[in-house]
Design a protein around this ligand. Structure first.
Ligand SMILES: [Zn+2]
Length: 321
């Protein structure tokens, strides 16, 4: 039975962008469906801005060894929910029991999100994460269950599934709980030097994967120069307010002793110099800044410094306070 025909309204009510895929309400597997929880997956397909939902067709139609639909919704690269089924889907297999979810038929017990990223050398995008948190909180509220009823497939699988990769599921549940408690949830967004459409640097910036402290597959580097040639990170800041800015770089004795990070705040540019010889391979806060709303270049790494050594531009994260 299409037991969750309310899914579209509930998700849209939570501010989640949705599209419906054909007759999604009446596309489902025979058998029981009485969900009490939400299960997160990754598809193992490589998504991108130009190919945001590579696994959509297989999630709708299934594959030779498994009949579709394979989830209730697919979450694309941009965080858009594609609604595929309002009934039972082949996503969970058997549950071994996890938290309050008992052992049994996972496809009866849980609504599944297939989040479209490869999980090997590609992480979930911030847009996918934020939308999945909002959707999970809204559905669990509708089901009358708390955040412990949100699980990852690797927690319930009886066959060694590893999805969703790169996600701390306890942090996920804490974020769902925060959203359910009426907090708007903490908005956070990461732009890496490889994030499509959000990182800009001139050809004077080289590309390297030398240091294992890199974020993602590689990072950019350039010699210091007394000229303006910054690498920019563009963010869609949701509301005007205070944001913590964290930076990630690979550290090395040959990297810059005073790399200037420029933050474009509501009151003009502010610069924080960071010693990139140490403290790499982790998020490092450079402070809290008031930012205007809107999608714009918001943080830069400048080459214009008296510091010595290569200036590194890797990843930047904004978090609303
Ligand atoms: Zn899975």
């Amino acid at each position: 039975m299409p037991n969750v025909p309310w899914l579209l309204d509930v998700l849209r009510g939570a501010g989640v962008t949705c599209v419906t895929e054909g007759d999604w309400v009446n596309r489902y597997r025979p058998g029981s469906f009485d969900p009490i929880g939400v299960l997160w997956h990754h598809t193992a397909a490589t998504s991108s801005a130009s190919n945001p939902h590579p696994a959509l067709n297989v999630c709708i139609n299934g594959r030779p060894d498994l009949t579709g639909p394979l989830c209730q919704a697919l979450v694309d690269y941009n965080g858009v929910f594609h609604l595929i089924s309002a009934g039972r889907a082949n996503h969970a297999g058997a549950s071994r029991g996890s938290g309050p979810i008992p052992a049994g038929d996972g496809n009866t017990l849980m609504i599944g999100w297939e989040i479209d990223y490869n999980g090997v050398n590609q992480q979930m995008t911030s847009a996918q994460y934020n939308a999945s948190i909002a959707a999970t909180a809204a559905v669990l509220t509708r089901l009358g269950r708390n955040s412990t009823y949100a699980r990852g497939h690797r927690e319930t699988s009886t066959t060694g599934k590893i999805d969703p990769s790169f996600i701390d599921l306890d942090v996920m549940r804490a974020d769902v709980a925060a959203r359910m408690s009426g907090g708007g949830g903490t908005w956070s967004s990461i732009v890496d030097n490889t994030t499509s459409g959000r990182f800009t640097a001139s050809a004077n910036w080289g590309t390297s994967s030398y240091s294992t402290q890199r974020y993602g597959t590689d990072y950019r580097f350039a010699d210091p120069v007394a000229a303006s040639d910054p690498a920019w990170y563009k963010f869609a800041v949701p509301t005007a307010g205070a944001y913590r800015v964290d930076v990630w770089y690979a550290a090395n004795a040959g990297y810059n002793s005073a790399a200037p990070y420029i933050v474009a705040t509501t009151s003009g540019n502010q610069t924080v110099n960071v010693d990139q010889r140490t403290g790499g391979g982790a998020w490092r806060s450079i402070g809290t800044f008031n930012l205007p709303a809107g999608d714009a270049n918001r943080v830069a790494v400048s080459r214009w410094t008296n510091g010595t050594g290569l200036v590194i531009a890797d990843a930047v994260r904004l978090t609303r306070l």
